[in-house]
Design a protein around this ligand. Sequence first.
Ligand code: NOJ
Ligand code: NOJ
Length: 714
Amino acid sequence: MQSLSHRLIIIIVLFSILLAPLQIARAADFKRETIYQIITDRFFDGSSSNNNPSQSAGLYDSTKTNWRAYWGGDLPGIQQKMSYLAGMGVTAIWISPPVDNLNTNIPDGNGNPTASYHGYQTRDFKRIEEHFGNSSNSWTEFDNLVTAAHSNGIKVIIDFAPNHSTQNNAGEFGALYDNGSFLGNFTNDSNGYFNHNPNISGGGWDDRYQVQYYTLFDLSDINQMQPTMDAYLKAAAQLFQQHGVDGFRIDAIKHLNWGWQYSLANSIYTFGDSFLFGEWFQGNTSDPLYADSYKYANKTGISMLDFPLNAAIRNVFGSNANFSEIDSVLTAEGGNFTWKEDLVTFIDNHDMARFLSINNNNNRLHEAMAFTLTSRGIPCIYYGTEQYLHNDTDGGTDPYNRPMMTNFSTSTTAYQLVNKLSTLRRNNPAIPYGSMGQRWINNDVYIYERKFFGNVVLVAINKNETSSYNISGLNTSLPAGSYSDNLTGLLGGLSITVSTGSGGNNPVTNFTLPAHAVSVWQFAEGASTPQIGSIGPTAGQPGVKTVIAGKNFGTTPGTVKFGTTTATVNSWSATQITVTTPSVTNGNYSVTVTNSGGQVSNGIQYTVLTAKLIPITFTVNNATPTQVGDYIFLTGNTVELGNWATTWQGAVGPMLTPNYPNWFLVASVPAGQTIQFKFIKIAANGAVTWEAGSNHQFTVPASGTSFVNVNWQY
Ligand code: NOJ
Ligand code: NOJ
């Protein structure tokens, strides 16, 4: 029999193992990460035992000729390539949805079998897909992958697709399981687990109601406000956090109930820190829902993939458009996105032709990569880019943009480039946190500067294939001195000399930028006052932990203040501090760090929520009169309700009106609180009309979902 002390030791060890992952600050400093996107099925076949599992037999094509079948890539395969990834400088991997997917074959209409090898047709959000792990759908291979990634300094982001389950008209008809127990399906939906609306089509793609509540490509549209679904999806996300996941790429956020997602993010952040970014597809900053996208990113605490910049990158480097196109997207977004440095930037992904399919020119690919890795935002490299992988069938679009990886060479220029620039991102805070400013531009040349306090990175790109350019009149914030190319000539860069000027404009001695050259020069300042570059999450109720990252915090703990209130510090290092959101009145606060020597940092914005968020459907009936272009909004007495704001960005909305003149909207509001609110009309010209009468009042339940239904007060 074991002695008591022996048992105690075992308990303590078990406890520390359980608690250890919670103490790692995961979301901290995601701006310093270099993400690599993997289509799990198409990366590497690490285990042949899961290629043709019995519960979904026949979906595997060993010949790799049916592009819509499973090809064998799996979680052990990613694990086996971990040192290849670490050697490239990748610090985070985004993998396909790893959850149990559709088991059946759905012919594509032309008689070809198709399988859910991509992972976007979930049948069980709490189990691992048998083609990726093992035939018991258990977590073993997933856990092994996370462990291997973490021990190589690589974070793991899963793709999470809570908008829908499987196809509603075939296969398993949307059937969902909760860790193996059947919940329901689309065809026999007595519990209201699904929204039963037509497919989104035509003008519906720009309609706020249809994009959220209609069906995306026949995929059974989950009703996240149904309490079982709400709890199930949040529990599934938490299960992945318990299994060590560092972040979530949320699929199709434009098509998921926007208001519900505030509560999803809050639920994830309440459990532990994480980095969340979603897929809000849009072509450019003139998209009809662009303002909705940045309102969402500024308030939900969920960042997004930068589609407008992606389009500009493809136009400029792929189709030879002028650099002004990139420059103007950066300027527009810079004015709109509060957390622009958290936007995830990319050249291509699994839903569009690979770069080399639109322009088969490695120089241009290198230039686009160097730009993405050094400009504002968190770079994400699509798997195979570093091996020049592409298949140009049908213009290289889906599924031909998802070939099997064949080479894992560590000596390609692209592989080296990722490595050098990922290292610079970790070493010089100007890249993750700094401002982005244009210093010199013409149609072919873009010279831009990243600056964070005294830390500076200057980048020059010439995309002309044959002409060099004489660069005169260039100024920089780099201090006077000589700078060699941080890429050591990998892309034809050179050294420059800077002399002393004034007002942050130090002249660079004229030089010639060769054809298709990229040069990177950098300066990292020494000790100085504390400098905050990042906070994540950006919102939370008292008790939620947030991570502040930056420079010069010192190794001896000082203090962190939310406004004038001192917060409890959980961990402190020279570059990263974890604090607990203090019990202060809800609202926006400026967070500052005071080092042990009494020096105070810059402030960074943080929103203190009132309490944990609960999604509520607010309906106001008969809100008339309204003209075309007028919208009804919700506003109320807490920060979640806009603190009585009456502006488009400040109030909650616009509300939706599938049954005019009744309007509804889901908003996530503080649990257990009695909230005061009213509905307002914001007219097309901005004029505000309040409904009459006294404020409406509602006591928010402590958990679950609920609704409020009132009449507009005249
Ligand atoms: C967007 C994903 O990126 C795409 O590949 C997928 O098919 C759809 N969402 C539906 O989940
Ligand atoms: C809420 C009240 O109901 C409304 O009438 C008033 O204008 C706003 N608060 C602003 O104080």
